[in-house]
Design a protein around this ligand. Sequence first.
Ligand SMILES: Nc1nc2c(ncn2[C@@H]2O[C@H](COP(=O)(O)OP(=O)(O)OP(=O)(O)O)[C@@H](O)[C@H]2O)c(=O)[nH]1
Ligand SMILES: [Mg+2]
Length: 432
Amino acid sequence: MYRQDTIAAISTPTGVGGIAVVRTSGPDALAIALRHLKADTLVPRRATYCRFDDIDDVVAVYMPAGYTGEPTVELSCHGSLFVQQAILQALIDDGARLAEAGEFTRRAFLNGRLNLSQAEAVADLIDAVTPIQHRLAVSQLRGSYAQQLKELRQQLLDLTSLLELELDFSQEDVEFADRTQLQQLISTLDAQLSTLTKSFSLGNALKRGIPVAIVGAPNAGKSTLLNALLGDDRAIVSDIPGTTRDTIEETITIDGITFRIIDTAGLRHTDDTIEALGVERSRRAVADATIVIYLHDCTQPWSEPTIDLAGKRAITVFTKTDLPHSTPMGSCLSVSAKTGEGIDMLKAALVDAVSGDMQACDTLVTNPRHYEALLRVGQAMRRVAQGLADNIPTDLLAVDLRDALYHLGAITGEVSNDEILHNIFSRFCIGK
Ligand SMILES: Nc1nc2c(ncn2[C@@H]2O[C@H](COP(=O)(O)OP(=O)(O)OP(=O)(O)O)[C@@H](O)[C@H]2O)c(=O)[nH]1
Ligand SMILES: [Mg+2]
């Protein structure tokens, strides 16, 4: 699981830049670097400007316990591809091994520098391109719910150990573990778990982009609206009903929140096989969407959506307001995708639809692995609660508790195995 050798990699992205950083970590990091640097030694945590072989002048920093928790040397060199490669090659020729993807962070985890959910947050932080993704990653990196879960897990672990102690004294009919305390702990955990699991759909949507489906009758102006929102001629528009056959998805960022806008085929009954397939896709898009824009052409008589919008944030929007309209629009949003009138209001409405939900959650689970683990903890906890109510034997109770503990521990990494670690760290790039 943990190899004690010295690793090295280029930590900056592939390509030419002003500078690049080559990092080496492990027991021989300092010795290997010093064999190439024109310096007698490197003072810990101090920048030393010196020559690296005949390759380049570099700034070398030695940290006795760096990011990985191991002796680490970081060499900032000029960002030429040749220079970066030549320095890395020199370190490798001298005994360092090329680091695997995410190996620096993996070592940081194995050395207790980060817990597992924090290590995952490092990957999210690197991937973040919008302010929201950045905020979510930073909050996870700082610990957020992982710390709470860790504390609850510890309490549960203590109670489980007491329960298991009872098993050793099973002849004597004693109770070490206070059943009321256990019950209380279970309900505290249960409440936290359900808040966390509920937050996942929003957290995940925020991270990946909130899916917004535009639906409505053929010719309502859906594709024109998509184009207006994007400010780009993305989808084909025509006055022939049934123009859009397939769903079209494009991403926009409004006030730092990413939305995935999905244009769909107009909803109607049709004998055209291909169009029918498109309508089926529209239904699926609605099922997967967080927000549904029900678009109505204001020159046409009002018609109710023919699609089930239960559980969705539905926004009714009247369009083509540049034309004389026949439907009273009430307080609904109205736009002209043609002139752009009302588009800003619609964008504001999209942001409003999510920011309310965001404020309601103090913590957001964004990681599918955590979500799955939380669901499993919940299932195990319900079995424990039921078991307590049914007065089942202590050893059976202990089995379900162990199961809950396992999944809780998997989130922060108190329990981990090679497979979990591999799945997590292979997502990283080499050099991180
Ligand atoms: N005047 C006016 N015409 C519009 C507006 N929006 C769309 N149209 C016209 O309405 C017709 C249909 O527009 P589309 O965007 O193709 O409609 P759609 O809902 O995507 O239609 P399907 O893909 O067939 O379901 C086109 O001729 C557009 O130019 C608008 O705001 N004002
Ligand atoms: Mg269309």
